[in-house]
Design a protein around this ligand. Structure first.
Ligand SMILES: CC(C)(COP(=O)(O)OP(=O)(O)OC[C@H]1O[C@@H](n2cnc3c(N)ncnc32)[C@H](O)[C@@H]1OP(=O)(O)O)[C@@H](O)C(=O)NCCC(=O)NCCS
Length: 175
């Protein structure tokens, strides 16, 4: 079967491969923002963690590449509900790829792909209320703020409970 490639011409998304493990480690290990906001991601982050991740995510998490150079910029994935009608999106970028709109682009591309599967009625994502870049990227891609899940989760790395902004996107809202 041909490899799934999704692109808007600037970023390209493709399924992770075992050969990407070293690159994932380079992106994640010790990164302060990923450490802080993604507390389920192990730190320090080693090759075995990357290989376990790649094995586990299958076809619904993608490497985000620079379309021109093929360089790995980050990751975006969708976790589908058992019924396949709701997808929850998560993402990160390597530090030197941030601030150029790449994740906003990847969000649009992955959302169009997810809705294109035919079963998805709703995409959602959660971001700490203080994670401004993540919230801005979601809003620029058309995600609507539904509300704040107050005091919802203990994040040991932050040493505090988190308030999560809950965003959702319906098919006709994709920008
Ligand atoms: C979240 C993340 C992927 C966003 O990547 P990014 O490259 O900054 O995203 P974009 O460039 O597409 O958009 C970021 C927006 O936030 C804005 N922004 C960034 N930092 C900001 C700040 N401190 N205050 C105000 N706005 C800010 C940018 O200006 C941009 O908006 P604009 O295009 O209107 O100017 C990246 O910061 C990251 O990997 N963080 C660590 C992991 C993480 O938090 N993942 C998400 C968990 S919910």
């Amino acid at each position: 079967m041909a490899e799934l490639l999704l692109t808007d011409g600037v970023v390209t998304l493709r399924p992770w491969e075992r050969a990407d493990a070293a690159e994932i480690v380079e992106c994640i290990d010790g990164d302060p923002e990923i450490t802080r906001w993604l507390d389920q991601v192990p730190q320090p982050y080693r090759t075995k963690d990357a290989l376990a991740y790649i094995r586990g995510v299958g076809e619904s998490a993608f490497a985000v590449l620079d379309s021109e150079t093929g360089r790995v910029l980050g990751s975006i994935g969708v976790r589908f509900s058992d019924a396949g009608d709701v997808g929850e999106i998560g993402y990160w970028l390597r530090a030197d790829a941030r601030g150029r709109g790449a994740i906003t682009r990847a969000l649009r591309v992955v959302s169009a792909w997810a809705f294109g599967r035919g079963t998805v009625e709703r995409l959602q994502l959660r971001a700490d209320v203080e994670n401004v870049p993540s919230r801005r990227a979601a809003e620029k891609a058309g995600f609507q703020l539904e509300g704040v899940l107050r005091n919802v989760y203990w994040n040991a790395r932050l040493g505090r409970r988190q308030d999560w902004a809950l965003y959702s996107l319906l098919q006709d809202e994709l920008t």
